[in-house]
Design a protein. Structure first.
Length: 508
């Protein structure tokens, strides 16, 4: 196949993103004629009307790969809360207390989950008489200055044909890594991140907390397909934003059916309680970028509320997709012939001989062959570039799913060789070499200090805020907060007076 080249950025960039989203969507519905009537579902960054207003419950991306430093294990990463502005206080980013964050595993290819790892969260506030997330520099996850904290439990639910077989609590009250407020508040964020990595019985490891958004792409396709003239390409739109991440590393033998049937299908869902107190699924994600572009507005919310064994009713959205037609009309890149049955095996069943389980039932799942060893030199185009440890055999953090999905959707597998891409080939931050592999979140104080300023005021403020349970009292804390507020007001007032005097001087 042809590699992506910068010389091809003109044609390639545009279709890259657009069809990347299509490709991923193509995964969800193409060729599922054998399935029962129902709906496919998945979610990503603000992809459907209802979930766009509920960011705490919104899956942004799902990753699953054989752990590069522990190949007898598989790592699954599910991200939530898209577009977290690092300085978005004073109410920073938490997981929802009224939700079930589920990671599903189908280990026999029947489109139903045999295992569910269920995360549930609880928020704790030490002192409700302050607006502050933290009342001083935070040195550890149990630091009294960390005013708002979260903990979580994990239940392992075993099912057979969606009926409960067993439920086991495998983690209890594990601390969540906080939002990275800034350098003054969290001078050593890496230390806090390390403390949030928790070992479980049986060789599993878990992490929950904020991370740099690992997805890299130019999402400005929505400005009328890159402005209609390719004037808006090659910028990582997600650079500088964070997400809330769940990372789980589990022994391969725990999740696969057997060494002889090592392929698993994985997807993530979020459920929340409705007005009647019943759990309702509001988000689901398997393969990347499924619901933004493939489904029309009328289908998107239904798409998010259903399950893999129901992936039939959206078949036409993919076998006769809208996007290639738009691309052909605007950019004269010929759309492949319909119906697009070439997408069925790759994205709904898995690639035969690589990650397709026997007797597979087509469904939208991220399929991973846990017996494929990690690559010493991962290729960003994964299977398309001869690297069978990459997408669509699972998904690694470094996989360029936009370019890969685009090239397949634009006909790579049916003779239309192409090197299309969005000109964003890697994340802006380097990933780690050990669990949880994610890059640390961007700090709220990511810019330099103003010229002529220092840390003295910050340090004095931190020392003056004494949280409940320390040598001070609530009264001390409130007084300190008021004093800090008054000091800030005086600084602002002084600045305004200075500007007024300067203005009068100029007037003369």
């Amino acid at each position: 196949m042809t590699r992506f080249s910068r010389s091809s950025v003109g044609r390639g960039s545009l279709a890259a993103l657009i069809c990347g989203a299509l490709a991923a969507g193509g995964l969800a519905a193409a060729g599922v004629t054998t399935l029962e009537p129902g709906a496919a579902s998945a979610s990503s960054h603000r992809e459907a009307p209802l979930i766009s207003g509920q960011p705490q419950y919104d899956n942004t991306d799902l990753y699953a790969f054989v752990s590069p430093d522990k190949p007898d294990t598989t790592t699954v990463i599910a991200n939530f809360v898209p577009f977290e502005e690092p300085a978005g206080g004073p109410n920073f980013y938490t997981f929802a207390d009224d939700a079930q964050y589920d990671i599903h595993v189908d280990n026999n290819g029947d489109a139903q989950g045999e295992l569910v790892f269920r995360y549930t969260f609880k928020t704790h506030v030490k002192n409700k008489n302050t607006f502050l997330y933290n009342t001083g520099p935070v040195d550890s996850l149990d630091d009294p200055d960390l005013n708002v904290t979260q903990t979580y439990d994990i239940d392992l639910v075993k099912l057979h044909k969606q009926r409960l077989v067993a439920k086991t609590r495998i983690a209890d009250d594990v601390p969540v890594a906080p939002s990275n407020v800034g350098k003054a508040s969290m001078p050593d964020y890496g230390k806090l991140r390390d403390q949030a990595v928790h070992q479980l019985a049986g060789g599993a490891t878990t992490f929950a907390g904020q991370a740099d958004d690992p997805f890299f792409a130019d999402l400005r396709v929505f400005d009328l397909l890159y402005g209609g003239n390719l004037s808006e390409v090659g910028n990582d739109t997600l650079k500088g934003y964070n997400v809330n991440s769940l990372a789980l590393q589990v022994p391969n033998d725990l999740i696969r059916e057997s060494a002889h049937q090592p392929v698993v299908g994985i997807w993530a869902t979020v459920q929340r309680k409705d007005a009647h107190g019943d759990w309702t699924q509001v988000s689901r994600l398997g393969n990347p970028l499924v619901n933004e572009v493939v489904n029309p507005q009328k289908d998107k919310d239904t798409f998010n509320a259903s399950a893999p064994w129901q992936d039939a009713q959206f078949l036409k959205n993919v076998t006769n997709p809208e996007l290639p037609k738009l691309i052909e009309a605007i950019y004269k890149i010929k759309a492949p012939a319909e119906p697009r049955n070439d997408l069925v095996d790759v994205f709904l069943k898995g690639v035969k001989g690589l990650n397709q389980p026997p007797y597979v039932r087509p469904a939208e799942e991220l399929r991973l062959n846990t017996s494929i060893q990690p690559s010493a030199d991962p290729k960003r185009l994964g299977v398309l570039d001869g690297d069978n440890a990459g997408f669509p055999n699972g998904r690694r953090l470094t996989d360029d799913v936009i370019d890969e999905a685009l090239q397949v959707v634009e006909g790579e597998l049916v003779g239309s060789k192409n090197d299309l891409g969005d000109a964003v080939d890697a994340n802006d931050k380097k990933f780690g070499h050990s669990f949880p592999y994610l890059a640390e979140p961007t700090s709220g104080s990511r810019g330099p200090l103003a010229k002529g300023t220092g840390n003295n005021v910050r340090n004095q403020l931190g020392d003056g805020l004494v949280p409940t349970g320390s040598s001070g009292s609530d009264t001390t804390l409130i007084a300190a907060s008021a004093a800090a507020g008054a000091a800030g007001f005086l600084l602002i007032a002084g600045a305004l007076m200075w500007w007024r005097r300067r203005a009068r001087y100029r007037a003369y």
